[in-house]
Design a protein around this ligand. Structure first.
Ligand SMILES: [Zn+2]
Length: 267
């Protein structure tokens, strides 16, 4: 157990009643000694549905944060990546996507093209297409969008679309009835191997990131993606960014010593 955790254990041992059930779940998913030493024998009293302020303060004191490395944060609005076949189906035979704006990751761009998406309950117009073309079409939406459209999309890492729902895409030249590919993108951080080394993390690791401000949040379960061509940037969807009231210059810091937990792939 690292020093941060032993400080936290000591703190909690003196105050056995401050943890809500959800906090216990949060901790026991990461550190079984907590459950076996302190909580095994009796159920915890419920205090609130959140990690208690005491616990959060303790986390901040006891665990080191990589304050020296600011991770820029970008919010991704709903968007769609298209395969070549679907580009032609929606925009006409031989159509090439038109880059409109470069994105933070080299080679990725927002296109002039948009599509309308149509679910069982509602539609959203002018959803941005992102290029370049991909092997498989993938629509990334927020939870709020799901309510509007009437679809239930799982949280997935980009590209993991097996078993996800489909939806109808409408372009100026045709329609695509997607059979799968609608997801809520798992929040993630792009970084180079050098960034990963400085931050002490590895590709595909799940980590936690804290952002400050009046609606500061600790984002649990953030996926690390390492590639030489990447630029350090954390990607959230619109709901996540709005919940933390993040602006264009938002940044966060990695919380070292706490490991995030991957979302259940069977969700
Ligand atoms: Zn990304």
């Amino acid at each position: 157990m690292n020093r941060g955790w032993s400080q936290l254990m000591h703190f909690l041992a003196k105050r056995p009643c401050i943890l809500a059930a959800i906090s216990t779940d949060f901790l026991t998913r990461r550190t079984l000694p907590l459950r076996s030493k302190l909580w095994n024998k009796q159920p915890l009293p419920l205090e609130s549905n959140f990690l208690s302020p005491h616990l959060l303060r303790s986390l901040e004191k006891g665990l080191s944060m990589s304050e020296e490395i600011r991770i820029p944060i970008s919010a991704s609005m709903r968007h769609v990546h298209l395969c070549h076949q679907d580009v032609e189906a929606l925009f006409g035979a031989g159509h090439q996507l038109t880059p409109a704006k470069a994105l933070s990751q080299p080679g990725q761009f927002a296109c002039e093209e948009t599509v309308n998406i149509c679910g069982p309950k509602g539609r959203i117009e002018r959803v941005r297409v992102l290029g370049p073309e991909r092997q498989e079409t993938q629509l990334e939406i927020s939870r709020t969008d799901e309510f509007k459209l009437g679809v239930e999309a799982p949280i997935r890492a980009s590209g993991k679309i097996e078993g996800t729902p489909g939806i109808r895409l409408e372009g100026p030249e045709g329609v695509v009835e997607l059979q799968k590919g609608v997801i809520q993108a798992a929040r993630h951080i792009h970084m180079t191997p050098a960034d990963a080394e400085r931050l002490g993390v590895e590709d595909r690791q799940w980590v936690m990131v804290r952002v400050g401000g009046k609606r500061g949040i600790i984002f649990d379960d953030v996926l690390v993606r390492v590639k030489e061509s990447y630029v350090l940037d954390m990607h959230l969807d619109a709901d996540e960014a709005n919940a933390a009231d993040l602006g264009p210059d938002a940044w966060g810091v990695l919380i070292k010593g706490l490991t995030g937990v991957a979302p259940d792939p069977n969700d």
